[in-house]
Design a binder for this molecule. Structure first.
Ligand code: SF4
Length: 298
C-alpha cells in the first residue's frame, strides 16, 4: 500500500519543487511498518545526484495514506559540501585579529578552576591578594599542549637555528626562567638582537647571539711573530766591513789613479772604503735580514 503510493508522493514533490523539477521515480525505502520514503530525481540545475524524498505513512488498515514530509536529499553520487566543522575547531593560531574575541568553552580541557570559591568574604580577599583570583588556570593537559607546541616550534631544540647554534639557551645570560612547572624546560629570551627576543624558548634552543659566544678576531691571513720592514733598514759600517771593502776600493783606486805606492794605496783605500760604504749598504739593504752581509750590523 505504501509502496504503491507513487503518484501521491510525486504530487507532493511537485507541489514543493514545481511540476517540471521532479524527475523519474528512483526507489522506495521502508522506514518502518507504517511509513516509507519515495525518491525522485531532482531536476534543479546544480543538484545532480540529488533526490526529492517524500515520506508517506498510514495509520493502519482502513486508513488512507498521507504525506508526512518532503525534502531534498543528496544521493550516493551527489556533489555535496565538505563536512561541517564547528568554528572553534576550525580556528588556527594567527586567525585572531585586532579587536577579535575568541571565547573558550566552559568545558575547555586546557583549563581547570583556579580555586573553589568560598562564601567567606575574608577568604576571598586573601585569595585575591595571593594571586588566586583567576577563575581558571591551565590544566595538566593545557600545559602539555603548550609544551608540545613550543618544543616543536621555531624556538624549539629541533629548529634550524638551534642546530647551528654554538651553545644552548640554558647556559645563556639572556635566558629568563618562567614560573611553574613549564619553567623546567622553557624560559623567555631577552636579547633584542635575536629573533627569539620576547619569545618562549626551549632550554635546548640556542642562537649565535648567545651571551658567551666568542669570535676569533685575529687576521684571516697568518702573520709571523716578527716582521722586518726591509725598506727602512739602518746600515752601519763596522771596521771589519771596511777591511773587506779595501781590496775592492784599491782596485777602483788603481783604475782611477794608477797608484804605485803601497802606503799611499792604503790611504787611498781608506778613503775609497768610505766612498764604497753607501754602495755596500745599498747592496745589502734589500737582502733578507737573516742573511745580512758579514760585518754588517742591522
Ligand atoms: S640570546 Fe640566543 S641563546 Fe641566548 S637566550 Fe636568546 S635565543 Fe637563547
Amino acid at each position: 500500500m505504501l509502496a504503491a503510493a507513487v503518484d501521491l508522493a510525486r504530487a507532493a514533490a511537485q507541489l514543493e519543487a514545481g511540476a517540471d523539477r521532479v524527475g523519474a521515480h528512483v526507489a522506495v525505502q521502508a522506514e518502518d511498518e507504517a511509513a516509507a520514503t519515495h525518491l525522485f530525481e531532482a531536476g534543479h540545475p546544480g543538484y545532480q545526484g540529488w533526490n526529492w524524498a517524500v515520506t508517506v505513512a498510514f495509520a493502519g488498515p482502513g486508513t488512507q495514506v498521507t504525506v508526512s514530509e518532503v525534502v531534498l536529499l543528496p544521493g550516493a553520487d551527489a556533489l555535496v559540501g565538505p563536512e561541517w566543522v564547528p568554528w572553534n575547531e576550525r580556528v588556527r593560531a594567527g586567525d585572531l585579529g585586532v579587536g577579535d574575541l575568541m571565547p573558550t568553552s566552559p568545558d575547555d580541557l586546557r583549563l581547570v578552576p583556579g580555586y573553589l570559591e568560598s562564601d567567606d568574604p575574608a577568604i576571598e580577599a586573601v585569595a585575591n591578594e595571593i594571586g588566586l583570583g583567576r577563575v581558571r588556570v591551565l590544566s595538566r593537559e593545557g600545559r602539555l599542549d603548550a609544551a608540545d607546541r613550543w618544543h616543536g616550534g621555531d624556538f624549539g631544540p629541533r629548529s634550524e637555528m638551534a642546530r647551528s647554534a654554538p651553545a644552548t639557551c640554558g647556559t645563556c645570560g639572556f635566558y629568563t626562567q618562567i614560573a611553574g612547572s613549564l619553567g623546567a624546560a622553557f624560559g623567555i629570551c631577552a636579547n633584542e638582537l635575536t629573533p627569539a627576543d620576547g619569545h618562549v624558548v626551549h632550554v635546548d634552543y640556542g642562537c649565535g647571539a648567545h651571551s658567551e659566544v666568542e669570535v676569533d678576531a685575529g687576521p684571516a691571513v697568518p702573520v709571523a711573530d716578527l716582521v722586518y720592514d726591509d725598506a727602512l733598514l739602518d746600515v752601519e759600517v763596522t771596521p771589519q766591513t771596511r777591511r773587506e771593502a779595501v781590496p775592492q776600493a784599491a782596485t777602483s783606486a788603481e783604475d782611477a789613479a794608477s797608484s804605485e805606492d803601497a802606503a799611499s794605496s792604503e790611504a787611498a783605500g781608506q778613503e775609497s772604503a768610505e766612498a764604497v760604504a753607501p754602495e755596500l749598504s745599498e747592496a745589502v739593504a734589500p737582502e733578507s735580514t737573516e742573511e745580512a752581509a758579514p760585518g754588517v750590523e742591522l
